[in-house]
Design a binder for this molecule. Structure first.
Ligand code: NAD
Length: 248
């Protein structure tokens, strides 16, 4: 069953990793996909071709989600190209890890700007479109680290916890207009990035997870498909942990 047939979705930071997995899952479920990438035009074009091969309309936009003006221009361009917007997945994110003692103000601000301001920028810009349509689903990618904290990631944890507060507030503000807003909190997800880590260390992480494996991008993507679809039409303001049972 295709859950997103005919819907238009925007996914930020989709050229690789979890974002790419979300774009592919949305396309497999029949959504037309607008996605953003930051630097690699080739990766953007390759993903567009991969998505179009699934029989939907796809377009990549080079856009920095942490820049309010670029987010506004992106929303305008997507409405012009696709006619409407049904769902936004705010996936773009970075880490700049380090113990607080050694964390520079710049490393703190940069992570907040890319991870949290980006969610504000995109949501603020898209809300007038969703309000006009009187429907929409916003899915923000947080993290178990935002729920629970993590030594060496104070900046990242603050940004991801901020996303949760923002998500719940938007759900309260826009619920009366049939606009839903939820967060997904992935645990340890194995991507290109984790593939280069020491296998023994990674196995140690897997062993500590109740389901005894790292998550795949598709695990997070499936949760996003559900939250973007009408299957979740009475769910808003929630944080869905996708973590193999890590936070129970
Ligand atoms: P990744 O580094 O592979 O992908 C991040 C994507 O965001 C990249 O495509 C990058 O180009 C893009 N991006 C970065 N800054 C951007 C900006 N300013 N504007 C637009 N795009 C930008 O990482 P990932 O593991 O796929 O993570 C995706 C999301 O999931 C992030 O928000 C991350 O915090 C979150 N997350 C990941 C894990 C994990 O274990 N991998 C766990 C919890 C949460």
């Amino acid at each position: 069953m295709k859950l997103l047939e005919g819907k238009v979705a925007i996914i930020t930071g989709a050229s690789k990793g979890i974002g790419k997995g979300i774009a592919l899952a949305f396309a497999q479920h029949g959504a037309n996909v607008a996605f953003t990438y930051l630097s690699s035009v080739e990766q953007g074009l390759a993903l567009t071709a991969e998505l179009e091969a699934l029989g939907i309309k796809a377009k990549g936009y080079r856009s920095d989600a942490s820049d309010a003006q670029q987010a506004e221009e992106l929303i305008n361009a997507v409405v012009e190209d696709f006619g409407r917007i049904d769902c936004v997945v705010n996936n773009a994110g970075i880490t700049k890890d380090g113990l607080l003692m050694r964390m520079s103000e710049d490393d703190f601000n940069k992570v907040i700007r890319v991870n949290l301001n980006s969610v504000f920028n995109m949501t603020k810009s898209v809300q007038r479109i969703l309000l006009k349509q009187r429907s929409g689903s916003i899915v923000n990618i947080s993290s178990v680290v935002g729920v629970k904290g993590n030594a060496g990631q104070a900046n990242y944890a603050a940004s991801k916890a901020g996303i949760i507060g923002f998500t719940k507030s938007v759900a309260l503000e826009l619920g009366s207009r049939n606009i839903r807003c939820n967060a997904v909190a992935p645990g340890f997800i194995e991507t290109e990035m984790t593939a280069i880590l020491d296998e023994k260390t990674v196995q140690g992480w897997r062993d500590a997870i109740p389901l005894r494996r790292g998550g795949q991008a598709a695990d997070v993507a499936n949760a996003c498909v559900f939250l973007a679809s009408d299957m979740s039409s009475y769910i808003s303001g929630q944080v869905l942990n996708v973590d193999g049972g890590m936070l129970t």
